[in-house]
Design a binder for this molecule. Structure first.
Ligand SMILES: Cc1cc2nc3c(=O)[nH]c(=O)nc-3n(C[C@H](O)[C@H](O)[C@H](O)COP(=O)(O)O)c2cc1C
Length: 199
């Protein structure tokens, strides 16, 4: 993939460290030209709880640890943002982590926030939509919504990291999970763990 344009949304599910590693990896990837970033209002609460990063001001700088070079942030209320239209070029969208609330909005086609609208557009344009859902246990509504979203073309990519690579800490675990997500949309990462690479 060359000069990739991607959308990344963070919602209020647990797992802010995964979102941070995703944003950092995309910023560092020279094949990626533009990242459109949306943080739901409720994600801010979780980001504060889990990463100690508070407020919307300079959120990207704080998550990236530096000023963004290619990532631009859109307000979740801004349904007039570029990514709300199918005419805007995109190679896909990743929602990491994806709450059960946002999953429900997407599965029902509500398009009532920029995240839900951009996901709706991604599906109608037949572009990759990866929903990195996070909840446990799942109730029947969650399961039905995952089926609905999958039937509409989304990939349900639950936040279930691997352990067979023996990650040293939660950051490494999150990073390897992010590498699997990116490999799925054609952006394999050089540091990705491979099981039995010589076989
Ligand atoms: C610390 C914290 C952790 C949460 N973890 C989850 C979770 O793992 N999965 C989930 O679906 N909701 C979780 N929630 C609840 C969501 O934030 C809540 O349902 C919210 O309305 C989701 O809104 P959003 O999808 O617009 O971000 C959590 C809330 C808090 C405060």
């Amino acid at each position: 993939m060359k000069a990739a344009h991607l959308t990344v949304a963070i919602t209020g599910a647990s797992g802010a460290v995964f979102a941070r590693e995703l944003l950092r990896t995309l910023e560092a990837d020279e094949r990626v030209a533009r990242v459109h970033f949306v943080a739901s209002e409720n994600s801010l609460r979780v980001i504060a709880e889990e990463l100690g990063v508070s407020g919307r001001t300079d959120l990207l700088d704080k998550l990236l640890g530096a000023a963004p070079a290619k990532t631009i942030q859109h307000a979740d209320l801004n349904i007039g943002a570029s990514i709300a239209s199918g005419s805007h070029p995109s190679h896909g969208m990743i929602i990491l982590p994806c709450s059960m609330g946002t999953l429900a909005a997407i599965a029902q086609g509500l398009a009532n926030s920029l995240t839900a609208r951009a996901a709706d557009v991604t599906l109608k344009e037949r572009r990759p939509l990866l929903l990195c859902v996070r909840e446990t246990p799942f109730n029947r509504i969650h399961l039905r919504n995952m089926t609905l979203a999958a039937e509409a073309g989304a990939v349900i990519f639950p936040v279930i990291p691997a352990f067979y690579n023996q990650p040293a800490d939660s950051t490494e675990m999150a990073r390897q999970f992010v590498y699997r997500v990116l490999a799925h949309i054609g952006l394999s990462q050089p540091g990705a763990y491979v099981w039995k690479p010589d076989e």
